[in-house]
Design a binder for this molecule. Structure first.
Ligand SMILES: [Fe+2]
Length: 285
C-alpha cells in the first residue's frame, strides 16, 4: 500500500480503539483535493447517473417526512456555484461509479483497513458520497446501514450521534421497513435529544459513525463540503439478515427480539433468514 496521506497513525490508533461500536473523532489531511473542487464536482455530476445526484431545500426541521422535502428549483450547476446563498443540500451518491473517484475512495479506505480488518474482516461494498450544503442546513434524524467515516473538508458541521442499540430511537419495525425499501429517516421526538452526543466537525476533522447509529447533522455558518467513505462487513450484513428474519417473524404475529450489537454475531437468525430466502427462491423458480 502507498504511504497514508489522508489519515495519520494517530487517527488509525483512535479508530482501532473505537471500532466498530463507538463514534469517534479523527484528524484527516485531505485538504483541497482536485477531485473535490467546484469545477470537478460539476464534471462529476455530468458523469454520474442522474438519479444519484440529489439536491433539495435545506432549511428543514430535524424530523421530516421524506415525501415533504421540497425541491430547490435550481440546476445542478447553480446549486453548486451558489451553495453559499441558495439554502440547499446536495449529495453525490456512489461516486465510485466514476473511475477516478473509485480509485480515490479505494486508496483512502485502504489507509484505515489496519483498524478494521482484524475486527470485522474484509471491507466490502466500498461506497463514497459527497455532500455539499448551505449555511445552517439540517440533515434530518436518520440511520445508515454502513460503517461510515465522514470527512469535513470545508465549513463546519455538528453531528449528533445516538446509541445504535436504543430500540426506542429506531424501532425494529423501522429497521425492517428500511431494509424493505423504506426511507432511512427516523421519527423524531424532542425527548430523544438528551440521548445524543454532539460532535463538532471543523474542516480537518472526520467522524466514524457505527452501523445504524441514528444521527442528525446541522451545518455551521459557512457552506459545507464533506466526503463520506463507507464499507460493509459480514457483521453488518448479518445484522440486516436478522432484521429481515424479524420481519418474517412479525408477519406471523410474533414480536421478535432485536439483533444484538457487536461483538454478538447474530449467526442463528441470519442463517435462518438466508435458509428461508433460499427455499423461497428455489420454490419460486
Ligand atoms: Fe448519515
Amino acid at each position: 500500500m502507498d504511504k497514508p496521506t489522508v489519515f495519520g497513525s494517530n487517527a488509525i490508533d483512535k479508530l482501532t480503539e473505537a471500532y466498530p461500536e463507538a463514534p469517534v473523532l479523527l484528524d484527516h489531511q485531505l485538504g483541497d483535493h482536485p477531485l473535490l473542487s467546484n469545477a470537478a464536482l460539476a464534471h462529476l455530476a455530468d458523469a454520474m447517473r442522474p438519479v444519484d445526484v440529489e439536491y433539495n431545500r435545506a432549511d428543514l426541521p430535524v424530523g421530516i417526512d421524506p415525501a415533504d422535502v421540497p425541491d430547490n428549483g435550481l440546476s445542478v450547476i447553480e446549486t453548486i456555484e451558489n451553495i453559499a446563498t441558495n439554502g440547499s443540500w446536495m449529495v453525490f451518491k456512489f461516486i465510485e461509479q466514476v473511475p477516478a473517484y473509485r480509485d480515490f475512495l479505494h486508496q483512502t479506505l485502504a489507509e484505515i483497513e489496519p483498524a478494521v480488518r482484524n475486527v470485522t474482516g474484509e471491507m466490502m461494498k466500498l461506497e463514497g458520497f459527497i455532500f455539499l450544503s448551505s449555511p445552517d442546513a439540517v440533515t434530518p434524524f436518520h440511520m445508515d446501514p454502513e460503517h461510515n467515516i465522514l470527512l469535513q473538508l470545508k465549513g463546519s458541521k455538528t453531528m449528533t450521534v445516538f446509541p445504535a442499540d436504543d430500540e426506542e430511537l429506531a424501532p425494529g419495525t423501522a429497521h425492517e421497513a428500511f431494509h424493505n425499501g423504506g426511507h432511512r429517516n427516523l421519527q423524531w421526538r424532542d425527548d430523544f435529544a438528551a440521548r445524543g452526543k454532539a460532535f463538532e466537525l471543523p474542516a480537518g476533522k472526520a467522524i466514524y459513525v457505527p452501523v445504524k447509529a441514528p444521527h442528525w447533522v446541522k451545518n455551521g455558518p459557512a457552506p459545507s463540503l464533506s466526503l463520506s467513505i463507507t464499507w460493509q462487513s459480514e457483521w453488518a450484513y448479518r445484522e440486516q439478515y436478522a432484521r429481515a428474519m424479524n420481519a418474517t417473524l412479525r408477519r406471523f404475529g410474533l414480536n421478535p427480539a432485536a439483533p444484538k450489537r457487536f461483538p454478538h454475531q447474530n449467526h442463528a437468525k441470519s442463517l435462518a433468514w438466508r435458509t428461508i430466502n433460499k427455499v423461497q427462491r428455489t420454490v419460486g423458480r
